[in-house]
Design a protein around this ligand. Structure first.
Ligand code: ASP
Ligand code: MG
Length: 470
């Protein structure tokens, strides 16, 4: 049985955190004979090593030598403090200190080069930004060895082969599979625990790439797929994915099972979940992906499956996005005229604004859509420009915005084909005097989104949450 586990920055953010993480790894290993660990760079709030590294790089390209030198010193402090706190002087402390020190020297050299050239390419950003994980895994692996367990730090540049799309690289499955099994399998056979850098990979020329910010989850999912793992666990600080934001809904609870579609809807609607891309490798290979809480490790968390057969009729989660506006393009001269929608969204796109929800009735007399509130003016101006002729001819009567609205989204693939769910939702909103301004439901039937006034958001979310079956 093989388990791939990913620990984020906080879990390796200090000597204490690493100590707990190591204990958790060893405890898990008692039940799973093969454990593969993926770790992020060190990072506890508010200082994240990856952010620091990039911050220094941006200072360098601005010619600000003082700032990047200060960052390098800060990096030394963070890592040396963890090493001193964990590793005994008579053991590997000096060796790991020297390795980390070399990385920071190399970091400084890269920043100097950037500073001299006055140029910071995506490729350079990946070389620089990916250094945090290289340092953290070496510390964690050495600590596990000190505890008497075989463990080996591995740079994922040796395992994950990607395209050369720096900053947001995509893995190449076949080559990654060959490489990662070649390195990881023998270690597992020797009962050693591979401690692998998240976030990074290398392209076919061996140049370091990164999988995008927050990419360590993705690394775990990729390695889970290539190693044919039985499960992949992402450790966080909550009991999995919650049915609502616990800051606003006191009865919010962890959702035991979600399917891929549901997570995608949730991720899209702003809940703190995995990026859909991250889940893809596991979903493709039918590997359960579990989100677990380091502070409550016995809690099963939320497991994400390709399909959740038992979710009939269930609303699983309700989330809200705030600070939006709803823009309406309205006019009797739009009816039956092809191209109005295309031009509307073309105009929005040309203002570089992303649309969150769209609704149009079959009368075609109006189209409405929501965008972030901050983009209201720019979108209205752009639409006014696009439709200047129609406005003059009165084919379009008005283009206007309703400010201060939220989208409340109800997610649950069991809603699909189950009549009565939207009835219950809207009755409940009616009973509680929440006015529904607009509605959208995709044909996937996996989510319903409604637009409400900002002041009704809390009430809408909590009353819909009451409908979630106990
Ligand atoms: N360290 C990387 C970042 O901060 C990757 C990760 O932590 O997931 O984006
Ligand atoms: Mg993360």
């Amino acid at each position: 049985m093989t388990l791939v586990m990913k620990f984020g920055g906080t879990s390796v953010g200090s000597a204490d955190a690493m100590r707990e993480t190591a204990a958790l790894i060893l405890r898990t290993k008692e039940t799973w004979n093969s454990v593969v660990v993926v770790a992020s760079g060190m990072g506890s709030k508010p200082v994240k090593v990856t952010d620091l590294l990039l911050q220094g790089a941006y200072a360098a390209v601005d010619g600000d030598e003082q700032s990047y030198s200060r960052v390098a010193e800060q990096l030394r402090e963070i890592h040396f403090e963890a090493i001193d706190g964990l590793l005994e002087p008579e053991g590997e402390r000096q060796k790991i200190l020297a390795e980390n020190n070399d990385f920071i020297d190399h970091y400084l050299a890269l920043c100097e080069a950037v500073c001299v050239l006055g140029e910071l390419s995506p490729r350079a950003l990946d070389a620089i930004g990916g250094m945090g994980e290289r340092m953290s895994v070496r510390i964690l692996a050495a600590y596990l060895r000190q505890l008497g367990h075989e463990a080996e730090a591995i740079d994922a540049t040796e395992l994950i082969v990607t395209d050369s799309n720096f900053q947001n690289a995509s893995p190449i499955f076949g080559q990654t599979q060959v490489k990662s099994s070649g390195v990881i399998q023998p270690l597992l056979e020797q009962d050693s625990i591979p401690i692998i850098t998240g976030f990074i990979g290398s392209d076919t020329n061996g140049v370091t790439t990164t999988l995008g910010r927050g990419g360590s989850d993705y690394s775990a999912s990729i390695l889970g797929q290539t190693m044919k793992a039985d499960e992949v666990w992402i450790w966080t600080d909550v009991d999995g994915v919650m049915s609502a934001d616990p800051r606003f809904v006191s009865t919010a609870r962890s959702i035991p099972i979600l399917n891929y579609r549901e997570v995608s809807e949730l991720a899209y609607f702003g809940a703190r979940v995995l990026h859909p891309k991250t889940m893809r490798p596991c979903v493709e290979s039918n590997i359960p992906l579990r989100i677990k809480n380091t502070f409550n490790p016995d809690h099963p968390g939320t497991v994400i499956l390709a399909d959740d057969p038992g979710s009939n009729g269930a609303i699983k989660a309700v989330t809200a996005i705030k600070d939006l506006c709803l823009i309406t393009v309205e006019g009797t001269g739009m009816v039956g005229v092809p191209g109005i929608a295309a031009r509307t969204f073309g105009a929005v796109a040309s203002s570089d604004v992303s649309v969150l929800l769209i609704s149009q009735a079959s009368s075609e007399q109006s189209i409405c859509f929501s965008v972030p509130d901050g983009a209201t003016e720019i979108v209205i101006d752009s639409l006014a420009g696009e439709f200047a002729g129609e406005l003059e001819r009165r084919d379009i009567d008005s283009i206007w915005a309703m400010r201060d609205v939220s989208i409340v989204t109800i997610v649950g693939s069991g809603m699909r084909g189950t009549p009565g769910i939207s009835g219950r939702i809207f009755s409940s909103l009616g009973d509680h005097q929440v006015n529904v301004i607009a509605i959208a439901q995709g044909s996937s039937e996996c989510s319903i989104s409604i637009v409400v006034a900002a002041e009704d958001t809390g009430s809408a979310v909590s009353h819909i949450h009451e409908l979630i079956a106990a």
